[in-house]
Design a protein around this ligand. Sequence first.
Ligand code: BTN
Length: 330
Amino acid sequence: MNFTSFDNIGLVKVLGFLKSHDKEYLSGQDLSDILKISRVAVWKHIKKIQSLGYKIDSKQKLGYKLVGNTSLLLPWEVKDGLKTKYVANRIYFFDTIDSTQTFASKIANEKEGTVIISNRQTDGRGRTGRRWSSPPGGIWFSVIFHPKFDTSLSTLFPLLAGVAITNAIEKHFKIKPELKWPNDVTIKGKKVAGGLVEASVESNKISSLILGIGINFSIDVSKLEKSLKVTPNFYGITALVDNKVDKIKFIQTLFYELEKEYEKLASGDKHTIIKNWTKKSATIGKRISVMTSAGKIHGIAAKIDDDGALIIRNGKKTHKIIVGDISHSN
Ligand code: BTN
């Protein structure tokens, strides 16, 4: 099953009418007359709406009444109340896909801000070729960007994503998440979200940059934790769980925050991103270790460099880490 934000007009019309009249029953005939579609079409849309998880009470002679919403991140739900200028202006939604990131790379020429969301992924991809477990109900999406800025700034993208995710979490949950270099979001030392940045460069210009974000939102991580324990650098996972938080509102805030942070980078303001990342960092000031091609490096994480790299100090020695998996030792 898949939907986009630019089709399903009939379904969205029927749903919209049910939503705006949710205190009363509407007959198939009423819906057909008002929306100027056949009764068969009304019936088909109602069945489809129900299959998407909306609860519709239907009573003989009275008709249909919407009594419950869906928990799926359907395009028309995400767009309703969205405050961005272009992020998620166009949405592709899948119930199941191999990877939103892989799909995004196939449509990378689409407009700036196009978003691909899936309810579950069968082959979710994490950093450094790792798998990313994406069971139903979590937040798994990719955003297509076409940055006009210099390729050198793209290394700050993971940090930008981390800042946006933590901002959105803080706005909806009573939690202070932290950031682990380069792009993990953690809660009490366990990973709750991660970002994956894949850029396509042509003649030294970024033609497209795809940002994939995975957030363990209301999912049961206990089973996942068992299977992930064997992966290198695993340090525990956790989920955002609060039944009072509306998933649609949360993702709308996240898209808004992503756009805001992206615009900072687009305007060349990398220092604010680095400053905000550092404020929320669980890495800076910590004793850490990192595996590099030259062997394992230990030291104190001193700061984030202008290009997003991590500076480690060990006595008089300074190391600059551009990519890698770090381990916090204290
Ligand atoms: C990481 O921390 O290793 C990055 C994880 C990124 C996962 C997301 S989920 C949506 C998008 N699609 C993918 O296949 N991966 C990213």
